[in-house]
Design a protein. Structure first.
Length: 247
């Protein structure tokens, strides 16, 4: 399977401010994040599946930008306690392994006087330091319970090892009816998450979501609608809405 993924984030118009004009009034700038990923996945056997993603990363404003390339890779092993039920699954993935990024552009330069002995102005450029991408490793497992033919309940557990923040542990549960309607909920834990002085995340642990898959004709084509929610300390949580086309 091949897949193309695009993630674009805009932060709206932000007023330009300077030391002389701290209240703005001289225009706006608009930061933008853009990730473009090309993925390839393959079934190596009835129980082993793997995939890889190559992603181009861009973070920019009107006069400063940083670009990089990152790789994601993962493998899944499906098994069961008997041949009729492949209900136990294990997976491991590696994410955001790539080149360091560095900001550059006209926004890092300014007009000023040389520090010693000259009165004329020249363009002075600030040098920026390279920074690494936030690489992480995910390890997860799930088990399917099927109390009836049209119903499925899946229990999941995960562990995430982060490069620059605390490691995370997660537990979740999903209910599915006819593989067309799914309802899920979970809780994500990390060190000092409930300590306002030492916490490194705005997330407060609880999360949930709903998925609806609708058939398009008789050829196996489907359209899927996904909604997710993650509770946060500030604002009203983080909401996500997605649409999937399975052709």
């Amino acid at each position: 399977m091949l897949a193309l993924g695009i993630m674009a984030m805009s932060f709206g118009d932000i007023q330009i401010t300077t030391n002389d004009l701290p209240e703005g009034g001289i225009g706006n700038f608009k930061p933008q994040f853009l990730n473009i990923g090309l993925s390839y996945a393959k079934s190596f056997s009835n129980s082993i599946y793997g995939g890889i993603t190559i992603r181009i990363i861009s973070e920019s404003s009107s006069d400063v930008k940083a670009q990089g390339v990152a790789f994601d890779a993962g493998i899944q092993y499906v098994t069961g306690f008997n041949e009729a039920k492949d209900n136990l699954k294990f997976g491991i993935s590696l994410k955001n392994v790539g080149t360091p990024m560095k900001y550059s552009g006209d926004g890092l330069s300014f007009r000023g006087n040389p520090p010693v002995g000259n009165s004329y102005q020249q363009t002075i450029e600030s040098r920026t330091e390279k920074f690494e991408l936030p690489s992480l490793v995910n390890i997860g497992a799930s088990y399917d319970f099927k109390p009836a033919d049209l119903h499925r309940i899946t229990a999941v557990a995960s562990f995430t090892s982060n490069s620059f923040t605390y490691d995370q542990f997660g537990l979740g549960l999903e209910y599915s009816f006819k593989e067309m309607f799914s309802l899920r909920g979970g809780y994500l834990m990390e060190k000092d998450m409930n300590n306002n002085d030492n916490r490194l995340t705005a997330l407060t642990g609880l999360n949930g979501g709903i998925s609806i898959d609708l058939p398009l004709g008789k050829g196996g084509k489907k359209v899927g609608i996904d909604y997710s929610y993650r509770s946060t300390e500030f604002f009203d949580g983080s909401h996500g809405l997605g649409v999937r086309l399975m052709l």
